[in-house]
Design a protein around this ligand. Structure first.
Ligand code: CP
Ligand code: NVA
Length: 308
C-alpha cells in the first residue's frame, strides 16, 4: 500500500520514534561531509520527488531538496501558479500524471482537502509540506530537536503560546502519539480545532487550554510559538492586539524550567510573537530546529518509500 504522510497519525508513534532515531544516526554519520554530498548508502538512488508549492517556502523547499540529494535522489519544484494547476487542471489528473513521472509528491497548499485529494489519486507517496490544517514534517524536526537537547518525549511538558494554528495542530497530534503533554495558551477566538485536542487526549496526552500565558509556561520543558498571522490570513490589527499578551519574552521564559528549550518553526516576527532576547538566547534552538528539517525529511522520505 502506498504510504502517504498527510498527518502524523498516518505514520503512528512507532514510526515517528523510528524516524527520530534514524535522523539522529544519519545526522551523526555525515557530520564531516559537505552538505551536498550523499550518505554512503544512497538509499533513494534514482528516485525523484516533485514538490508543489501554492505558498512561499524557504525551509521546506530547501530541506526536502537537500534530503533527496543526501539520500542519492533528486527533486524538482513546481510553483503551482505556473503549472496547469494554476489554470484549473484538477488535482486528480495532476496526481495521476505525476504518479507516472515521479516517485513521490510533496504538496504545500492552502487547503488540506487538496492534499487529501492528491493522496486519493496518486499511486506514489504524497507528503504534506504544510496545509491550513497541519504541518506534520515540521513537528518531526521539532521532536528531533527536543530529543537532541536530552529531553525524553514521554511526560514532556510543552507550552504553546499564541495562535491555535496548523503547527499547533500537529504538535497536539504528536502529543497523543508520543505521550507528552501540551499547555495551550491562546486568546479567545483563536483556539485550536477541538478534534486535535480530543485526539491528543484520547491518545493519553494531558492537554490544558488556558487564556493565561503564565499558567501555560510555568514549569514547561519546551516553549513554542509561531507567527501570529499565517500565510493566507489577513493581517488584522484586532488579531495582533489579541495576541499581544502571549508574546514569548524573557519574563515568560523565566517561568519555564531553567533548561527549557524555545522552539519556533520560522519565519519569526521579532517583537511580535517572540522578543529578540529570547530568540537569540542560549535556550533558543530555532536554528538547530531549522537544520533538523533536512534530517527529519530524510527519515520521512525513507518511511514513505517503505525503507524505514
Ligand atoms: N517552517 C517552515 O515550514 O518554513 P518555510 O515556510 O520556510 O518552509
Ligand atoms: N503557521 C505558519 C507556519 C509557517 C511555516 C503558516 O502557516 O504560515
Amino acid at each position: 500500500m502506498t504510504r502517504h504522510l498527510l498527518d502524523l497519525c498516518d505514520a503512528g508513534g512507532d514510526a515517528i520514534a523510528a524516524m527520530i532515531n534514524d535522523a539522529i544516526d544519519r545526522k551523526a554519520a555525515r557530520a564531516q561531509l559537505p552538505k551536498g554530498a550523499s550518505d554512503a548508502d544512497r538509499p533513494l538512488e534514482g528516485r525523484v520527488l516533485a514538490m508543489i508549492f501554492e505558498k512561499n517556502s524557504t525551509r521546506t523547499r530547501v530541506s526536502f531538496d537537500m534530503a533527496m540529494r543526501q539520500l542519492g535522489g533528486t527533486s524538482l519544484v513546481m510553483d503551482a501558479a505556473s503549472t496547469q494547476l494554476g489554470r484549473g487542471e484538477t488535482i486528480a489528473d495532476t496526481a495521476r500524471v505525476l504518479s507516472r513521472m515521479v516517485d513521490a509528491i510533496m504538496i504545500r497548499t492552502d487547503d488540506h482537502a487538496k492534499a487529501e485529494e492528491m493522496a486519493r489519486h496518486a499511486t506514489v507517496p504524497v507528503i504534506n509540506g504544510l496545509t491550513d490544517r497541519s504541518h506534520p514534517c515540521q513537528i518531526v524536526a521539532d521532536l528531533l530537536t527536543v530529543v537532541e537537547r536530552r529531553k525524553a518525549l514521554p511526560g514532556l511538558e510543552v507550552a504553546w503560546l499564541g495562535d491555535g494554528n496548523n503547527v499547533l495542530h500537529s504538535i497536539l497530534e504528536a502529543a497523543g502519539l508520543m505521550k507528552f503533554n501540551v499547555r495551550v495558551a491562546t486568546p479567545a477566538g483563536y483556539d485550536p480545532d477541538a478534534s486535535f485536542v480530543s485526539e491528543a487526549q484520547a491518545g493519553g496526552a494531558r492537554v490544558t487550554l488556558t487564556r493565561d500565558a503564565a499558567e501555560a509556561a510555568s514549569g514547561a520543558d519546551v516553549v513554542v510559538t509561531d507567527t501570529w498571522v499565517s500565510m493566507g490570513q489577513a493581517h488584522a490589527a484586532e488579531k495582533l492586539a489579541a495576541m499581544a499578551p502571549y508574546q514569548v519574552n524573557a519574563a515568560l521564559m523565566r517561568l519555564a524550567k531553567p533548561d527549557a528549550v524555545f522552539l519556533h518553526c520560522l519565519p519569526a516576527h521579532i517583537g511580535e510573537e517572540v522578543t529578540q532576547e529570547v530568540f537569540e538566547s542560549a535556550q533558543s534552538a530555532v536554528f538547530d530546529e531549522a537544520e533538523n528539517r533536512i534530517h527529519a525529511q530524510k527519515s520521512i522520505l525513507l518511511w514513505a518509500f517503505g525503507l524505514l
